[in-house]
Design a protein around this ligand. Structure first.
Ligand SMILES: Cc1cc2nc3c(=O)[nH]c(=O)nc-3n(C[C@H](O)[C@H](O)[C@H](O)COP(=O)(O)O)c2cc1C
Length: 232
């Protein structure tokens, strides 16, 4: 955001606040212009992976534990399409130790929003803090997302999410069956999450009839996924 936009709320404050408030406001504005990442989140974003030249940071949360499988192929195709213009990072959630949410709600009472569970979710939160778009990629497991991915999504139940800047989302799904209703329950969840988090839907790729590794290469699913990435 340009410095002029940051400064405008300050101008309207001058009339109604005393000198101390004015000095404080000037300090906040300077701090944001000098160090925008630090001011956006309480997390240490010193490993911020981008800015120059990239339009967005896109974080793909990929849910299959099967390496090189159909979900991975969809993710690769999307990333190839999007990466010339965006910084794309893939988190294969199976590689991270993320426990399911235990529903204690203690994160809502802590000043630093820290979850009481010490696991790799902190790393995922840091990546989310740097992202503007989220892509959810998963195989269909019993009409739902994979358990590994659902565990990560449940951990969004944490006030840290209010510090994120994610405003767009897309969905990549693959399942073995050819049923028309194969994706219905995941799509219902996806749409409710779009509404709840006020996110823009950037597109969905839904691939039926892909059971074994590489099946997704039959037909034009990978081409469509690449083109979706290009359109972002
Ligand atoms: C535990 C498990 C549950 C599955 N449940 C379904 C299902 O409900 N419907 C379906 O069409 N395919 C189901 N499948 C098949 C996978 O969705 C399919 O093989 C997919 O291509 C796997 O993607 P991957 O190669 O990225 O792991 C299931 C597979 C597993 C391992």
């Amino acid at each position: 955001m340009p410095a002029t936009e940051r400064a405008s709320p300050l101008a309207s404050n001058i009339a109604c606040h005393g000198n101390l408030q004015l000095i404080l406001n000037i300090y906040i504005v300077i701090a944001r212009v000098e160090a925008p990442w630090q001011s956006m989140s309480f997390l240490d974003c010193s490993n911020k992976p981008y800015r120059d030249g990239w339009l967005m940071n896109i974080l793909i949360l990929s849910g299959s534990p099967r390496k090189g499988g159909n979900t991975d192929l969809l993710v690769d195709a999307f990333a190839k399409g999007a990466s010339p213009r965006h910084y794309v990072e893939v988190v294969s959630v199976h590689d991270y130790k993320v426990n399911p949410c235990i529903g204690c709600n203690s994160c809502f009472t802590r000043e630093d929003y820290k979850c009481c569970q010490k696991d790799d979710m902190q790393i995922v939160y840091e990546k989310m803090a740097n992202a503007e778009m989220l892509v959810i990629a998963s195989p269909v497991y019993f009409y739902g997302l994979s358990a590994q991915l659902k565990a990560v999504i449940d951990r969004f139940h944490n006030p840290i999410r209010d510090t994120f800047h994610i405003h767009k989302m897309a969905l990549l799904l693959v399942g073995a069956a050819s049923l028309p209703e194969l994706f219905d329950s995941i799509l219902a969840q996806y749409e409710l999450c779009l509404k709840f988090f006020k996110l823009e839907d950037m597109g969905r790729i839904l691939v039926r009839g892909a059971k074994d590794k590489g099946d997704v290469e039959n037909g034009d699913a990978l081409k469509q996924t690449y083109e979706l990435g290009q359109r972002i």
